[in-house]
Design a protein around this ligand. Structure first.
Ligand SMILES: NC(=O)c1ccc[n+]([C@@H]2O[C@H](COP(=O)([O-])OP(=O)(O)OC[C@H]3O[C@@H](n4cnc5c(N)ncnc54)[C@H](OP(=O)(O)O)[C@@H]3O)[C@@H](O)[C@H]2O)c1
Length: 248
């Protein structure tokens, strides 16, 4: 599989047991990197993903942690340190806010506060030449300029606030040799979120399909994986899917 062992990077992908995170983990492992597969509750799925990667000759390790829980987040940092001694990329993929029963403050806690806390806690482990990748959505860039799907407003606003908070740390990270990439996706065909939105607000999904074919999970994950291994500290923004967000 993939690259020479000397080039193997250690990459933590949060929320990697399913969806975009799992596909990103597969893409990175297929390129020869050691992927740390973080999951919150989907332990069995994370372990079968790790087994699948290992069967193909790749390297992966599952690590459970709820990034919104300070003790769990600290345990994640300690586990990464103990397992690998350092990180070459941190992919901030885990996201939430549409969960049944989530309180009104939860979207900001997971999509902004937990992301910032995780970056700050992981900074001592991020080696010079490493990269932080914030995964977000076009819907987050539509806040204030376009309509977003019914019920999705607080999630979009929190993803937007999370991106802003990470960007505010970009210069400080660059001084430590750590680059920042933001990868924004249109609605991604076939994902749980889009299936859920389609039930709640079919027109919103139809509108995106009218703009451009929705990207596949593979296309989006591949763009995220490309950023996780990008060299240098130049801040990068990548958009996957319809480009009408630019005309805001
Ligand atoms: N789907 C889309 O159409 C779309 C479009 C553009 C951008 N994106 C972005 O792509 C990323 C992934 O999206 P997705 O559709 O794959 O999402 P998803 O299917 O809802 O998966 C979310 C992931 O986050 C994890 N997670 C949730 N809360 C967590 C917590 N407190 N601690 C640790 N992990 C947690 C979940 O883990 P468990 O399963 O273990 O709970 C799950 O693996 C997100 O950042 C999203 O904004 C998605």
């Amino acid at each position: 599989m993939g690259v020479r062992v000397a080039d193997r990077r250690v990459i933590l992908v949060t929320g990697a047991a399913r969806g975009v995170g799992a596909e990103t983990a597969r893409a990175l492992a297929s390129r020869g990197h050691h992927v740390l597969v973080n999951y919150r509750v989907k332990r069995t799925r994370a372990e079968s993903l790790v087994a699948e990667i290992q069967e193909r000759g790749g390297v992966a390790t599952a690590i459970g942690a709820d990034i919104t829980q300070p003790r769990s987040l600290s345990a994640l940092v300690a586990r990464v340190s103990e397992l690998t001694g350092g990180l070459d990329a941190l992919v901030l993929n885990a996201s939430g806010g549409l969960e049944r029963g989530a309180d009104a403050g939860y979207p900001m806690r997971i999509n902004r506060d937990a992301q910032v806390t995780l970056v700050e806690a992981m900074t001592p482990l991020l080696r010079p030449g490493s990269r932080v990748v914030f995964v977000t959505s076009h819907q987050a860039h539509f806040v204030g300029t376009h309509e977003v799907p019914a019920d999705y407003g607080p999630v979009a606003a929190s993803k937007s606030a999370g991106e802003k908070a990470i960007r505010e740390r970009q210069a400080g990270l660059a001084r430590k040799g750590i680059g920042v990439s933001v990868v924004s996706g249109d609605m991604i065909e076939g994902t749980m979120i889009v299936r859920l939105l389609e039930r709640r607000d079919p027109d919103a999904v139809g509108t995106r399909r009218d703009v451009a074919p929705l990207p596949t999970v593979n296309e989006f994950a591949s763009a995220v994986a490309d950023e996780a291994t990008r060299a240098g500290t130049t801040a990068i923004s990548v958009f996957v899917g319809g480009s009408d967000y630019l005309a805001s």
